[in-house]
Design a protein around this ligand. Sequence first.
Ligand code: HEM
Ligand SMILES: [Cu+2]
Length: 553
Amino acid sequence: MTNVPIEGILLPNEKPNHESPGNWKEYFSFSTDHKVIGIQYLVTSFFFFLVGGIFAMVMRGELMTPESDLVDRTVYNGMFTMHGTVMLFLWTFPSLVGFANYLVPLMIGARDMAFPRLNAVAFWMVPVVGIIMMGSFFIPGGPAQAGWWAYPPVSLQNPTGNLINGQVLWLLAVAISGVSSIMGAVNFVTTIVKMRAPGMGFFRMPLFVWAVFSAQIIQLFGLPALTAGAVMLLLDLTAGTAFFDPARGGNPVMFQHYFWFYSHPAVYVIILPIFGIFSEIFPVYSRKPLFGYKVVAVSSILIAVVSGIVWVHHMYVSGTPGWLRLIFMLTTMFVSVPTGIKVFAWVATIWGGKLRLNTAMLFALGGLIMFVFAGITGIMLSSVPVDVHVNNTYFVVGHFHYVLYGTVTMGLFAAIYHWFPKMTGRMYSESWGKIHFWLAFIGTNLNFLPMHPLGLQGMLRRVASYAPEYQFWNVIASLGGFLLGMSTLPFIFNMVISWMQGEKAPNNPWRAIGLEWMVSSPPPVENFEEIPIIISEPYGYGKSEPLTANLSE
Ligand code: HEM
Ligand SMILES: [Cu+2]
């Protein structure tokens, strides 16, 4: 077979033909270099993390007192809707795609992604999504107010009567974001299947690559459902159809199925790469091989499969019959098996290791601790009798913030610190990093722990006012929220100053094992002058076997 060059597709041995990213202007251009695109994703999504954070500060300000006195109720509705949407679709998803973009080709010994141009197109759709979302603040009626899940009939209300309203723009943005993610998924799966360096069998891939692979397979089977649901809702809103409008014979519960068939697996699209990050970081800073490498790899795939058959646990109180609730309760509880295996493997890796508690390791450890807590509340929620009581209360909000801040955002910070020297060629300041960690760790727990007693006492989510007896825990939560907001300042300060004038980073500052650490910091445009030949399993800490046959360590 001959290799016929095809426009826009990179063959495994071909060198990519892009310029070196020496110049900052490169980051504002249609670059096809996966490393530039990775950083573009990360910086853009971090900007939206700040935007979503400001919405959170407004909500926590409102909730300092039982009365609705800081902002108008409709503004509050817009705030929680846009907060959730921005944090999911513009922070966690794209930042993880950023890491996947930057790291996967380097980790598998490839020179770029399989479809570099598709990659650039997928990235540039993200700012478009952001602009549409933010633009909805400036139209009559303001942004969508139906929550990040956009359940009909609330999402079908359209109080202004305009064709272009907040909900329509929201649906449009979510649909574009879905298209961008599908492009990304096709690209990642192809890259991982087709572009691995010689000798890099599936069971020699780093666990971050396994995690991205599993997560992107979920995107491929799940996203079509969400996109179909979003388009049908858009038609109901604009074209007079009645798929989901109960007043006109439609079925609103059907939308919940479309939504959760994707959006439950979506939480695994987010968490799996974080598990991958943990699996990369713990061995390096414990100086031990990852415990149970193959089992951890397979459990990523198992999580991806099982995540597809649990969605109805979000619908226990949507008129779901008892026998169906029972089935989904059992499948949901089963997810904790492969997840528990991973937690066990990380603890066994850390156990008895020579721990180096620098900032990246602290964030990973903090994230692991909070994940264990989130997993416990998750199992509680999977139980029908518990969920029937706490569904739609702050208990659920507490649970998913332990996952999405406590684990995912902490894990993202761990990754940013760990790979910062590789990406920028500079070292960051450990002391500022540690200040960031402690503020974030204390802030997260102060903010989200009180939500559990509040939910058990019956405080509903998505409300701007509440009964006075809930005030104590709400004040604590708000103070924690403001602390969390402040914790971001030392981070920004550290990143900007270190990127501009930090100490120069060597190729491998953490003495880590992995292909990305065998090239310069930042890596050369084509990643590898010579394609590496892999001759051993990853994570060979404490063994003295080389990783490749041809690159020098
Ligand atoms: C052991 C693993 C987990 C179990 C058993 C579990 C279980 C549940 C259940 C049953 C609910 C529904 C509660 C309700 O609506 O009344 C829920 C809500 C939620 N979970 Fe989890 N969960 C787990 C892990 C995760 C992870 C890893 C994430 C995210 C990365 C996550 C994010 C969410 C979110 C966002 C919601 C709320 C959705 C909403 O109402 O807006 N969960 N979880
Ligand atoms: Cu779920």
